[in-house]
Design a binder for this molecule. Structure first.
Ligand code: FEO
Length: 423
């Protein structure tokens, strides 16, 4: 099928609703870390009511000319009464300062958490912030025959994010959620090429760490009459839009279930050059296993790369990492696994480190620092042992495992202080 050239003008989404975004087909990575084989789009929309015009989001600064040209094809600046900011990351707010200059009478509607970001965004221009109204769920703006209703949907994927529902048309303007990096001039989901890989890749890399917030948002969105989803990137979802809600619910729902839901789970990952860190891991696992209510799993990373453990890690309550020290560092498979943790929600999980070493033994401290940086709790000091662990040292490993398990179950041992010794 030939790809029709996109007009330079706005594209009608429905009578009185237009796409005024921009295409960025040559982008090959987004925010440095995200691959964008098909480029991306920066979607912005115009909604016309009897009493005024609303602009929903803008585009990346370098694409402002495209945005203004399309906007001018469907509205005059003096008609704009309302500017809705669903998300202030620069790929959506880049043209905002200029839009505010051209439509100074417009009132801005944004989430409570976005207020400080708006001020920071306008700081370089030296201009005072526009008239704005912070909004939350069920606040509305009457455009005359058309009503915008706001949904408080934070952390998708920044604290400021919200969705905006056009009640009379059943359209949901969602910001990044339900979007993807996929540039196709045909714009609408039933016309563009197959973008399923990009939709899921986007969820995995942008939304997955915030899946609890995704589920909260779905609880607000699913009861609505949804006839079209208008995200801030990628195809506009007008054909079977509820399928995309269903897919998000599937993706965000925990997919692994312990046989006994009351159990806490501890995963122990290790690598071992000469079997010493392995012996430590086994003793630690045995110690943890001895505490009722804890299920322990032991994994030798030499037998698998990081990706296969992602689901397990997302569901686990505690994570322990064992590494020898080689050239003053933990070994690469451990770092690979630790770097993969940024793609899942691990905040508040318990973390620990251990390892055998020959000369300097930095690995344990380095892993602990990384775990704390990722916001895991590290309540028990890691254990590093020189070369081959003897019986007493293996008992220390066992104690470390017991202690971690007690922290997981909430049965933390309390030391009795010898007051005479303190005195
Ligand atoms: Fe598309 Fe979070 O910006």
């Amino acid at each position: 099928m030939a790809v029709a050239a996109l007009t330079d003008l706005a594209v009608e989404v429905a009578p009185g609703v237009h796409w005024v975004g921009a295409l960025d087909p040559h982008l090959r990575s987004f925010d440095i870390i995200l691959k964008t084989a098909n480029g991306t789009t920066y979607n912005a929309y115009v909604v016309r009511g009897e009493n005024g015009v609303a602009v929903i989001d803008t585009v990346k600064e370098g694409f402002a000319d495209d945005f203004f040209r399309r906007l001018e094809s469907v509205a005059r600046y003096e008609e704009i009464t309302t500017i809705v900011l669903n998300h202030l990351e620069p790929d959506h707010s880049g043209a905002l300062p200029e839009l505010l200059r051209r439509a100074p009478q417009a009132r801005v509607y944004l989430s409570t958490r976005a207020q400080m970001m708006l001020k920071a965004l306008l700081k370089p221009s030296g201009e005072k912030p526009p008239e704005y109204t912070p909004v939350t769920t069920d606040d509305t703006v009457d455009l005359g025959g058309r009503t915008l209703r706001f949904l408080h949907t934070p952390y998708l994927h920044w604290p400021d994010t919200q969705c905006t529902y056009l009640e009379e048309d059943g359209m949901l303007f969602t910001g990044d959620i339900f979007g993807c990096h996929f540039c196709d001039e045909r714009l609408f989901n039933e016309r563009v090429g197959d973008f399923r890989f990009s939709f899921e890749y986007y969820y995995t890399h942008i939304m997955r760490p915030f899946r609890d917030y995704v589920l909260d948002a779905l609880a607000l969105i699913e009861p609505l009459d949804i006839r079209l989803i208008a995200p801030a990137h990628g195809p506009i979802l007008r054909h079977m839009p509820r399928d995309y809600l269903h897919r998000y619910r599937e993706l965000a729902t925990p997919r692994l279930f312990n046989e006994a839901r009351s159990e806490k789970t501890l995963l122990v990952f290790y690598l071992s050059a000469y079997g010493n860190t392995r012996r430590m891991a086994e003793a630690m696992a045995a110690g943890a296993e001895s505490i009722p209510g804890v299920r322990v799993s032991l994994y030798d990373l030499e037998g698998g790369d990081a990706a296969i453990f992602t689901d397990l890690i997302e569901e686990a309550d505690g994570l322990a990492f064992g590494s020898p020290t080689i050239n003053g560092d933990a070994v690469k498979p451990i770092w690979d696994l630790l770097s993969s943790l940024t793609s899942v929600n691990i905040k508040g999980k318990l973390g620990a480190a251990f390892g055998s070493y020959g000369w300097s033994g930095e690995a344990v401290r380095l892993i602990e620092d990384r775990l704390r940086g990722l916001k895991l709790r590290v309540p028990v000091e890691g254990l590093r042992l020189k070369l081959v662990p003897d019986t007493d040292e293996l008992e220390k490993c066992r104690s470390l495992g017991e202690s971690l398990a007690r922290h997981l179950t909430g049965r933390i041992e309390h030391r009795e202080l010898d007051l005479a010794a303190i005195a």
